[in-house]
Design a protein around this ligand. Structure first.
Ligand code: FEO
Ligand code: CA
Ligand code: CA
Length: 636
């Protein structure tokens, strides 16, 4: 564990290294704008009171910024867990946490258990649960319980435990790496309170970087989608870097391709990256995966269009293991975080989508067709209109349609080069939009803006400026915030909305300015970098973090990454769970009876300092964890 490996660089840092040289915006100007926003924070200036002079669609007077910390009538009926740096999952008293499935666990009885000394082989990984679990959904089907889980990327030093520094060396290393990515579909069952995998279930399935998928929507067949292996541009192979997810009311799973760029490289050092590929961070050097070593698809010289076939939402039917996943190009191509599906009052399907990169955008898809219970929903996501959000400083905002008229691009080009289309219409550059969550009990939605050290410092990769204003008010924003919006007329298809900040994360133990966070943050519940976000059936909002776990300097007292619960009516936030060392907490779903909550512990020990979950000197393993109450009551 000594050799320096490109894979140790975070995705965001990798993209910083490869992105085109940015223009520097006027720092004084943005700093001034940020300072003027301090009235939003703390002190006696309640955000809801000062910022809103609006009519009937004004956000609730119980805006978070007016939240009180006393909570005699709190809906958060559990004791706050203290921040800690233990190598363990810590849950609130009265709850228990149990590992359901870990990276490398075989899904079939003829596959071997994980070999900890090597990290397994290509063949064993193809029959085992993938690495780095992320977004997930629980499905009930024919009295069976099916868990579908994204496997976002890999810990090279554990996956390739037999290679110096975790550097892939052989073709089988690449086969193993490709098989550790993608999606795992597993039947699970609960016996005597304990959840486990049902080996050999007819539903068990591994979807990997080599699984064939149908390209649907405007980009299908376009010349930018055509490759040597697929001259028609209709069938793509595989999915990877599957981050957040979505679940449709018609029983399908949506997996979201995020940092797809870092897997491509060029065999010719003089290969010129096009501006279009550059906008997405594709570079002549990959992030250390070395897939081009064993598969020409990943060599830009041989297959310059291959990257255009990734960065989409993929729809999967978990009840049919033989079904071909469908890439939904109508939902745009960018570094997709999650896909939050809700049905508007008028029946159109809404999918809210974040593009997680510094200074990129927040999107909304509105289907052309309508959802009707029992109808045919197989192609609802193949046709519709994509919109991008523009936030005004006066707490209003609008959804800007991306159409040939507004962008001068064809529908296929909009689907493939979505970031450029959004830049053309003047969308608001955001502080890395991660998960969006729509309130099941109210017409409103929330989005984690995880952090953005470049806010007010430099432009995004497309040259769009990033002034510290509106929902992104802090220069060099290392803590993140959660923005929420309320569609006009309680209509998710409306063109305009009102917005406010539900919370600004920060550290009130270290700062007394904007970086202390909003009024609903205190020294007991503070955190940084909100990422995963999900409402439960009661309308409580679960917040998961993927942030700085150094527990030092500006992050002192915040401990390991964690999960908190918020009451969006009062603004109250309490920490419910703390993860093991060097992990992030990501992905959330509930059993049909709502008595179990499943979450993901991703990349424990990403820097080599964890042995969770097995302890001793074992390899750390990303795992799905089931949380239940000791009294067996519902948990959300
Ligand atoms: Fe995979 Fe934006 O987190
Ligand atoms: Ca994430
Ligand atoms: Ca993140």
């Amino acid at each position: 564990m000594t050799t320096k490996n490109d894979l140790e660089i975070g995705f965001d840092e990798f993209d910083e290294l490869v992105r085109p040289a940015p223009a520097v915006v006027d720092f004084d100007e943005v700093a001034e704008a940020s300072l003027s926003r301090r009235s939003f924070l703390g002190g006696g200036a309640a955000f809801g009171a000062t910022a809103f002079v609006m009519g009937s669609t004004t956000l609730s007077a119980t805006s978070a910024m007016a939240a009180h910390h006393g909570h005699e009538h709190s809906r958060l009926a559990f004791e706050m867990v203290k921040a800690n740096t233990l190598d363990a999952v810590t849950v609130s008293e009265g709850y228990q946490a149990q590992v359901v499935v870990s990276w490398g666990d075989p899904l079939w009885s003829n596959a071997p258990e994980l070999d900890m000394s090597t990290g397994g082989t290509g063949a064993s990984q193809e029959m085992a649960f993938g690495d780095h679990c992320d977004g997930m959904s629980f499905f009930s089907h024919n009295d069976k319980d099916i868990l579908v889980v994204n496997n976002e990327y890999t810990n090279s030093k554990t996956l390739l435990a037999n290679r110096e520094g975790g550097v892939p060396t052989t073709a089988d290393d690449i086969r193993k790496s490709k098989a550790a990515h993608g999606v795992s579909v597993v039947e699970i069952e609960q016996k005597e309170g304990k959840w486990s995998v049902v080996k050999d279930s007819m539903y068990n399935r591994r979807i990997t970087a080599d699984t064939e998928m149908s390209i649907t929507g405007p980009a299908r067949g376009h010349k930018l989608m055509q490759t040597a292996a697929d001259p028609k541009g209709e069938i793509a192979k595989g999915t990877w870097n599957n981050c957040g997810n979505g679940q449709t009311p018609w029983g399908t799973y949506l997996t979201c391709e995020e940092n797809f760029n870092g897997y491509f490289s060029a065999s010719d050092a003089d290969y010129k990256i096009s501006p279009e590929l550059g906008r997405y961070g594709v570079n002549i050097k990959d992030r250390g995966y070395k897939w081009a070593m064993a598969d020409d698809r990943f060599d830009l010289v041989k297959n310059p269009n291959e990257p255009n076939r990734f960065g989409y939402i993929v729809e999967i039917d978990p009840t049919n293991p033989n079904s071909m996943p469908k890439k939904r190009t109508a939902l745009g191509r960018f570094k997709h975080e999650n896909a939050e599906v809700t049905i508007a009052a008028n029946g159109h399907v809404i999918v809210y989508l974040g593009d997680d990169e510094r200074g990129e955008f927040l999107y909304r898809f509105v289907s052309k067709g309508k959802y009707t219970a029992g109808g045919d929903h197989s192609e609802l996501l193949s046709e519709g209109t994509l919109f991008v959000a523009k936030f005004n400083e006066n707490n209003t905002g609008e959804w800007l349609a991306l159409t040939p008229e507004t962008t001068g691009m064809t529908e296929a080009e909009i689907a493939i080069h979505t970031r450029m289309a959004a830049s053309k219409v003047g969308a608001t550059t955001m502080d890395r939009p991660e998960w969006v969550a729509a309130n099941p009990n109210k017409v409103e939605a929330y989005c984690c803006l995880t952090n953005n050290k470049n806010r007010g410092v430099k432009t995004n990769a497309g040259g769009d400026e990033t002034p510290a204003v509106g929902p992104n008010p802090r220069v060099k924003n290392n803590f993140g915030q959660i923005v929420r919006w309320k569609p006009m007329n309680e209509d998710h298809t409306a063109q305009s909305f009102n917005w406010d900040l539900f919370v600004m994360a920060g550290n009130p133990a270290v700062y007394d300015d904007a970086y202390a966070g909003s009024k609903n943050i205190n020294q007991d519940n503070m955190f940084n970098s909100p990422d995963g976000l999900k409402f439960d059936s009661k309308g409580l909002l679960w917040i998961q973090t993927d942030g700085n776990y150094s527990n030092k300097d500006g992050f002192a007292g915040q401990g390991n990454n964690q999960m908190l619960v918020a009451d969006t009516e009062t603004g109250e936030i309490r920490r419910f769970l703390v993860g093991p060392k060097e992990c992030e907490i990501t992905g959330a779903t509930w059993s049909a009876d709502r008595k179990t909550m499943f979450i993901g512990v991703q990349h424990p020990g990403e820097r080599g300092n964890s042995h969770w979950p097995a302890g001793g000197d074992s390899l750390p393993r990303s795992s799905v964890v089931a949380i239940t109450r000791n009294d067996g009551a519902v948990i959300g």
